[in-house]
Design a protein around this ligand. Structure first.
Ligand code: SF4
Ligand code: SF4
Length: 152
């Protein structure tokens, strides 16, 4: 993939951390089509893969913050089956959700009144809700993990 002049290169972070029902792939399991740090079926990859662009490839994060380096994949998208737009942040490296890149991005999205969904490697998914906005109610539980909602 390439946009804004950026290329995924050897990053395959989203191919591991994000679940892909079309491929029966669970979260935090590397897709079976990853070979030598690349997608081996790139021209024929599923539609959902074609439509995925992380914030780094979109040029919204610093050059050095490629997800396999920063340890966090960030994407703006609708939250599950709701009509609510939010920032999704998947942890690639342990504790990266507490790192500088993730904290800065979180602050930016919350300042724009966007909820932030955090997917840690271990533990519950949580949704950070900007103060002064209504809490979101979720009726889904992905990968058997409970979802918590909290204000920041
Ligand atoms: S996380 Fe971003 S940079 Fe890495 S492979 Fe996915 S789209 Fe490309
Ligand atoms: S099919 Fe290709 S692009 Fe899609 S998750 Fe697997 S390796 Fe990544």
């Amino acid at each position: 993939m390439t946009t804004q002049g950026r290329k995924c290169g050897t990053c395959t972070a989203c191919c591991t951390v994000i679940p892909i029902p079309e491929l029966s792939k669970r979260a935090n399991v590397t897709c079976k089509f990853v070979q030598a740090n690349q997608c081996s079926i790139y021209p024929n990859r599923p539609k959902c893969c074609r439509g995925f662009f992380c914030e780094w490839i979109d040029g919204e994060l610093p050059e050095g913050a490629r997800p396999d380096i920063s340890g966090v994949v960030i994407q703006l998208n609708v939250i599950a089956d709701t009509m609510v737009m939010g920032a999704h942040m998947w942890e690639v490296h342990p504790h990266a959700l507490n790192g500088r890149i993730a904290r800065r991005a979180r602050k930016k999205f919350l300042a724009k009144k966007l909820p932030v969904v955090l997917y840690p490697l271990v533990g519950a998914i949580s949704v950070l809700v900007p103060k002064g906005t209504r809490p979101l109610v979720f009726d889904f539980d992905q990968e058997g993990r409970k979802i918590e909602t909290r204000y920041v």
